[in-house]
Write a protein that binds this ligand. Structure first.
Ligand code: SAH
Ligand code: SF4
Length: 356
């Protein structure tokens, strides 16, 4: 099988070209074609000699992702794509448009990408968790999701402004490839996507949080919490049995101390389970003194879990109690509920897909 061009960083691309007798500036031309012009086939590199284009085509795969389903939400603000990988596995990536929020004069376009096919963590409320683990994505397969949407947006004169690693999979279970992908997208000679515009979400792999803190990256960190007692959290998130709350919270405190960065806690609001006023008060207690923010989002329904989303009213009370107790909280609006935009929701479907 051919190597995936996106699996190479600029240094290894330069080394590969060197073995072909090509000068270093050719590697930079290819790099910029990929990450600035979003070219995704060797024929597009018309600035290269034909023989080099042919060599590239023979050695490298430029399109590891085949879109098999594209869905737009009714309001046109959310686009979800299901991709088939070369080995037949499926992953999803979702683009969310926020026209009223801007960054440096550009409307916010947040891209949610996957880091694994399936997930080993088994969170009971999560469609990806219900599928089980299939495999890690390579760094190039993570990068390719971004390039797919970057190209699409560029055709409309737009750009991706934020990238969240909140699609399928646990990024910290695939640590090396995830960081390699981020570094590659961050490369100033290529896509040059600012580290601060990435957010990694983890279910709470404590050693990886510590490692991430030690690396002092500028990338934002979000931790999925969802419950404040070990009993309740272990029932929802098996990872809690290995890394219980006290350990998790102490790793989070170390992270904030080491980096000075605010941490986000995610909370899927489930009616009657974790959206009660008592739950809000216990959560506020747990987080006292920690530089943080709570991102609450009403549960997305999945086939394998009976819990229901909290109503708007209950979510508002939850937020109010947290804020009265000094913990900033936003209640996120569910996006693309009509296209099953919660990650894993498409790939885990057992019935056949409609023809795209
Ligand atoms: N594995 C990482 C990142 C992917 S999941 C993690 O768990 O953090 C991204 C976020 O979606 C997590 O906060 C996760 O708890 C949440 N999530 C998963 N299934 C959900 C659902 N059905 N409804 C609402 N949020 C969900
Ligand atoms: Fe995996 Fe995150 Fe889903 Fe849990 S919520 S199963 S960690 S993708």
């Amino acid at each position: 099988m051919k190597r995936l061009i996106y699996d190479l960083d600029l240094l290894s691309l330069t080394e590969t070209l060197n073995t072909w007798g090509q000068p270093a500036y050719r590697a930079v031309q290819i790099w910029q074609g990929l990450y600035r012009n979003f070219w995704n086939s060797p024929e597009e590199f018309t600035n290269l000699p034909k023989s080099l284009r042919e060599h590239l085509a023979a050695e490298f795969d430029f399109q590891p992702l085949t879109p098999t389903l594209k869905l737009d939400s009714r309001d046109g603000q959310t686009r979800k794509t299901l991709f088939r990988l070369p080995d037949g596995r499926q992953i999803e990536a979702v683009l969310m448009r926020y026209d009223h929020e801007t960054h440096q004069g550009r409307s916010r376009r947040t891209l949610c990408i996957s880091t694994q096919a399936g997930c080993a963590m088994g969170c009971v409320f999560c469609a990806t968790g219900q599928m089980g683990f299939q495999r890690h994505l390579t760094s190039g397969e993570i990068v390719a999701q971004v390039m797919y949407y970057a190209r699409l947006l560029a055709q409309q004169g737009e750009t991706v402004t934020n990238i969240v690693l909140m699609g399928m999979g646990e990024p910290f279970h695939n640590y090396e490839n995830t960081m390699k992908a981020i570094d590659q997208l961050n490369d100033p000679q290529g896509y040059s996507f600012g580290a601060r515009r990435f957010t990694i979400s983890t279910s709470g792999l404590v050693p990886a949080i510590r490692r991430f803190a030690a690396e002092k990256r500028q990338v934002n960190l979000a931790v999925s919490l969802h419950a404040v007692s070990d009993e309740a959290r272990s029932a929802m998130m098996p990872v809690n049995k290995k890394y219980p709350l006290a350990e998790l919270l102490s790793a989070c405190r170390e992270y904030v101390q080491a980096t000075g960065r605010r941490i986000t806690f995610e909370w899927a609001l489930i009616e009657g389970v974790n959206d009660t006023p008592e739950a809000a008060r216990s959560l506020a207690n747990l987080l006292q003194g920690l530089l943080c923010h709570v991102n609450a989002i009403p549960l997305n329904p999945t086939h394998g879990y009976t819990g229901r989303a909290s109503t708007r009213e209950r979510a508002a009370i939850f937020k109010q109690i947290l804020e009265q107790n000094g913990i900033p909280c936003t209640v996120r609006v569910r996006r693309g509920i009509d296209i099953q935009a919660g990650c894993g929701q498409l790939a885990s479907r057992t019935e056949p897909f409609p023809v795209p």
